[in-house]
Design a protein around this ligand. Structure first.
Ligand SMILES: N[C@@H](CCC(=O)N[C@@H](CS)C(=O)NCC(=O)O)C(=O)O
Length: 208
């Protein structure tokens, strides 16, 4: 499977994490986003948005990190990255939408404002107001995650794609000094996520 990604990309790291957890055989294809390789005609034929990550498995092309991870989880069921029940899979979907629609958009201005590696790579325009709004939004979302983790190590009991989804952008805000101490279960969960060998391989591939 050809895995297209770019440096310092949280969304690429999410897919790398999921694919490695699944045990998918990967051929990493790093694109130089700063040189515009993700806007080349060849890559636009893979992802018409010109965004990373994307996966090519034979004739099958897929973009959107959570869709890539879902495909890998279904293709490699022995990794048990999805619950067996319809209800369990629906709950995982809920966490994926919550991450993509709410939590990630709140994290982005925070890590752009605080994470030195993100700033060095992407050179974002300063936007303190957006960072402040992101922090306010996170103050609504993090208690929800903290409550969901009461009495369990992972969001749906067993480790799943729901957990994978949150690791990159929480890692990036954490590296920028975000204070998770009001959310001790989230803090401990993030530490468990970052200790997983698959995360470490994904982070080395994408974030280093
Ligand atoms: N929802 C997408 C987001 C993909 C995305 O925004 N990727 C960023 C890098 S983290 C990107 O390609 N930025 C370059 C661009 O938009 O041209 C996913 O989860 O895969």
């Amino acid at each position: 499977m050809d895995f297209y990604f770019g440096g310092m990309s949280g969304n690429s790291t999410r897919a790398a994490f999921g694919l490695i957890e699944a045990g998918a055989p990967l051929t990493p294809r790093r694109l130089d986003t700063r040189a515009g390789e993700n806007k080349s005609a060849a890559y636009l034929a893979v992802n018409p948005m010109g965004k990373i990550p994307a996966l090519v498995d034979g004739a099958f092309k897929l973009w959107e990190s959570n869709a890539i991870n879902w495909y890998a989880a279904e293709k490699f069921p022995a990794a048990r990255l999805l619950p067996g029940s319809i209800e369990g899979r629906a709950r995982v979907q809920r966490w994926l939408f919550f991450q993509a629609q709410h939590v990630t958009p709140a994290c982005i201005p925070v890590f752009r404002a605080t994470n030195a590696r993100v700033q060095a790579f992407w050179n974002p325009a300063p936007d303190p107001k957006a960072a402040e709004n992101g922090r306010k939004e996170l103050a609504r979302y993090l208690p929800v995650l903290d409550d969901a983790l009461a009495g369990r190590e992972w969001l749906e009991g067993d480790f799943s794609l729901a957990d994978v989804a949150y690791a990159p952008h929480f890692a990036l805000i954490g590296e920028g000094g975000f204070d998770f101490s009001p959310y001790p279960r989230v803090r401990a969960w993030l530490d468990r996520l970052l200790a997983r060998p698959a995360w470490q391989k994904a982070a080395e591939m994408v974030l280093s």
